[in-house]
Ligand binder design. Structure first.
Ligand code: G3D
Ligand code: MG
Length: 270
């Protein structure tokens, strides 16, 4: 039987960089030359096939189109909840939209969703004469966040499908390039931050019901005698092992192990 997975992804970036247009092109294969104001958030579904251990995996992307105006921070944060990855979009004709990805969007995403894979897009590459962002600048930022970047055009369709597919591959365990962090590797985190990341990672992967996931967290803390106010490496290690035990009942051995490794990676950042 073909394995099926549903994942939520977001497109982030300043107003008018082309987020809505990219989604329209990818999902409906159309492009409007007129401005399509995004009101609130909208979700569209797209199924794709990704390679999973040499087999085809049916991945359904729930694609969230998010309002780019920075004043709408609360609405944006609500939309980031439970996202498995994001396309970070800038407009190749406006350099400020690239700096904004690092200064605003990546931070906002991480606050809510933790370390999730991202792919950078320099959109509107059909506007060759107005290009103001060099490939080198895109390469630098992508390298810093251990991610890929693509030059795209929602108008011509260039690299649009490739970019979405790449994100799909990154968010599915067992496919290439899954070990991606949106945090620069050099940055250190506190034990509390590590714990926060571990808990968020568990909630995101274990169960759609956060309350239920949190009850498992509380119980697991008790079992391994972990004091949430002063977690130590030893207790957090035991805690992660305990979470893996719980997860092994519902997830495959591969996914259980992958989650365990990703959670232990947070400890390594301390
Ligand atoms: P947003 O959802 O990020 O806010 P939109 O952006 O998708 O609404 O696009 C904003 C404007 O950029 C629209 O044009 C849209 O047609 C244009 N656009 C989006 N992607 C591309 C692209 O790849 N190439 C070109 N040439 N234009 C693009 P207007 O003119 O209405 O502002
Ligand atoms: Mg829009």
């Amino acid at each position: 039987m073909q394995k099926k997975v549903i994942k939520k992804v977001c497109l982030l970036g300043d107003n008018a960089v082309g987020k809505t247009s990219l989604i329209k092109k990818y999902v409906f294969d159309t492009f409007d030359d007129k401005y399509i104001a995004t009101i609130g958030t909208k979700t569209v579904k797209k199924e794709l096939l990704v390679d999973y251990f040499g087999k085809e995996l049916n991945l359904t992307l729930m694609i969230w189109d998010i309002l780019g105006q920075k004043e709408y921070r609360k609405l944006q944060s609500m939309s980031f909840e439970g996202t498995s990855g994001a396309l970070m979009v800038c407009d190749i004709t406006r350099p400020d939209t690239l700096s904004s990805l690092e200064e605003y969007w990546l931070k906002a995403l991480k606050e809510v969703a933790g370390n999730v894979p991202v792919v950078f897009l320099a959109n509107k590459c059909d506007l060759i004469d107005d290009t103001k962002i060099e490939n080198r600048a895109m390469m630098e930022i992508a390298k810093k966040y251990d991610a890929n970047f693509f030059v795209t055009s929602a108008k011509t369709g260039e690299n649009v499908e490739t970019a979405f597919k790449m994100l799909g591959r990154k968010i599915v365990p067992g496919t290439q390039d899954t070990e991606v962090s949106i945090k620069p590797a050099v940055e250190k985190i506190s034990p509390a931050e590590a714990m926060d990341n571990i808990v968020a990672h568990f909630c995101e992967n274990f169960h759609q019901d956060t309350d239920y996931a949190m009850s498992v967290i509380r119980k697991s803390c008790e079992v391994v005698d972990l004091d949430i106010r002063s977690p130590t490496v030893q207790t957090m290690n035991k805690f992660i092992d305990r979470l893996a035990e719980v997860e092994s009942d519902v997830l495959s051995p591969f996914e259980t192990n992958k989650n365990k490794i990703e959670r232990k990676a947070f400890l390594a950042k301390m």
